[in-house]
Design a protein around this ligand. Structure first.
Ligand code: MN
Ligand code: MN
Length: 274
């Protein structure tokens, strides 16, 4: 069970670690990400200010609730969904730290209980729309197929995709997913949403030059500044987010951890804007 503090102000951004990588297909490691991100966030190498001047170290509406005891299998999905639903019922906004991308499906089930017109903005090299992957419907290659089958969001907009295959292209068409492939992306592109947005950010959306610490290197991606621009220019309430697929095992210099920390701060500041 997640301990939720009694004194949460409305719209507090609650950081929740989800240390699980049992649904990763190629390498393990993302389960270690939440601990590593916190270590770098607090190691004194950078301050806790976002670029718009908000000091998260002094912001009472920014709270780290630690890691959820996720467990495994179907129980893990239930625990994640329940923890998210409990936080939303208390008026919080969730900023989840994966973990692999499989966590986004139970997170969105928790959100769907509170938001019936949610828009999902998904930044990733991969569409993660497989019906099944390696025999599993809950692989980190499948979460957006489950989300769309269950109608958990009103719109799914995927940006940065550069690993489409025919099956996933057919899935995208079947579900009406709006896909902005990386080859079509431009820094001046703006995304318009009518209503609240949830951001699911796979660290492999970034080019491996900027974030080598991921399990699936897919060259030709975003710079860190590109992703910061997408966050900063978002013109809709950001009511939740996840930062997933950071794999500390592949990050010997620590640059991906620092990129994750930077993105965490800017996402949190955006969520606190209202
Ligand atoms: Mn992904
Ligand atoms: Mn990916």
């Amino acid at each position: 069970m997640l301990h939720i503090p009694d004194d949460l102000a409305p719209d507090t951004v609650t950081v929740l670690g989800l240390p699980t990588d049992e649904n990763s297909s190629f390498l393990r490691g993302p389960a270690m990400a939440p601990v590593r991100i916190r270590e770098v966030l607090h190691n004194g190498s950078a301050n806790l200010c976002s670029e718009n001047g908000l000091d998260l170290g002094r912001e009472p509406r920014f709270r780290d609730l630690g890691d959820l005891d996720v467990g495994a299998g179907a129980a893990a999905r239930s625990r994640i969904e329940e923890a998210v639903a409990d936080l939303l019922e208390r008026g919080a906004r969730v900023l989840a730290l994966g973990g692999d991308h499989a966590v986004t499906y139970p997170i969105m089930r928790g959100y769907a209980a509170q938001y019936d017109t949610l828009n999902l903005l998904h930044l990733d090299a991969h569409p993660d729309l497989y019906d099944t992957f390696d025999g599993s419907r809950f692989s980190h290659g499948c979460p957006f197929a489950r989300i769309m089958e269950e109608g958990l969001v009103r719109r799914l907009v995927q940006v940065g995709i550069r690993a489409m295959n025919p099956h996933q292209r057919a899935q995208a068409e079947r579900f009406g997913v709006e896909v902005v492939e990386m080859k079509a992306w431009h820094p001046d592109l703006r995304f318009e949403f009518d209503g609240p947005v949830y951001l699911s950010l796979d660290m492999d959306a970034l080019d491996p030059a900027f974030a080598p610490g991921v399990s699936h290197h897919e060259p030709g991606g975003f710079s860190t500044r590109d992703v910061l621009g997408i966050i900063h220019h978002l013109d809709a309430p950001l009511v939740g987010a996840d930062l997933v697929e950071f794999n500390p095992v592949r990050d010997p210099v620590g640059i991906t951890a620092m990129a994750a920390v930077k993105l965490l701060k800017e996402i949190a500041a955006k969520m606190l804007e209202g």
